[in-house]
Design a protein around this ligand. Structure first.
Ligand code: IMP
Ligand code: MG
Length: 216
């Protein structure tokens, strides 16, 4: 009798294990199916890593001695923040600011919506991080807000990507990872309607190849 329970218990565990692995495997293949909507890879994981090594070294030298707070613009800059800050060999604080300009789609709406309040940056030097510079509205708007409302002593801005185009608001970021043509890209923090942020590379999206909602 005991042997029967042990055996069926074991059988159950094994069954659960196999069903779970099959289900999780399926989830992952759905996530990576996203890649089929990518037209081409613009910057590979290795290229991004190499460029971040360079930026980290330059920023470490430039901002040495400052009371530094890194402020990331959510959500797009999160992955840049995680990878770049580990290459900056200085004492610093981390904070974030939620800003939206796209409100879905592939065109900036031109209206900035601020969330989650103002980081405490009074009298501190801010290293402002964003994924991409497009029309310039986000970076200019956030920079202004940090200096006037936040009372920051100074702001240095860093974007991973900068689109080559005429901007609605002119700004030259202090640090730029890569300059690129005016195309819509996803991956490495950048999204299309909330998806693709977790791709480890940056790719050009072909929206016509999208196959409906996530997980369908
Ligand atoms: P800007 O205010 O027009 O400069 O827009 C900056 C914001 O728009 C970035 O922080 C991104 O969130 C978003 N964005 C601009 N271009 C792209 C793109 O090619 N892919 C995904 N998001 C983008
Ligand atoms: Mg953004």
């Amino acid at each position: 009798m005991i042997m029967f329970f042990i055996e069926t218990g074991l059988m159950q565990s094994l069954l659960i294990f196999f069903v779970r692995s099959w289900r999780d495997g399926d989830e992952w293949s759905r996530v990576w199916d996203m890649e089929s909507a990518i037209d081409r890879i613009l910057f590979s994981e290795a290229e991004i890593r190499g460029r971040l090594d360079e930026l980290g070294a330059v920023i470490t030298e430039d901002l040495r001695g400052k009371q530094l707070t890194a402020v990331v613009i959510l959500h797009g800059g999160m992955i840049l923040m995680a990878d770049l800050l580990r290459r900056i060999q200085l004492p610093l604080k981390m904070d974030s600011l939620a800003v939206q300009s796209y409100h879905g789609g592939t065109e900036s709406s031109g209206v900035l919506t601020f969330g989650n309040g103002m980081p405490d940056v009074r009298d501190r030097h801010v290293l402002l991080l964003d994924d991409i510079l497009d029309t310039g509205r986000t970076l200019v708007g956030v920079r202004e807000k940090l200096l006037t409302e936040g009372g920051a002593a100074g702001v240095s801005s860093c974007v991973l990507l900068s689109k080559r185009k005429n901007r609605a608001k002119e700004i030259e970021p202090d640090y730029v990872g890569f300059v690129m043509d005016d195309e819509f890209v996803v991956g490495y923090g950048l999204d299309y309607e909330g998806r693709f942020r977790n791709l480890p590379f940056i790719g050009v999206l072909d929206p016509s190849k999208l196959d409906g909602e996530e997980g369908e």
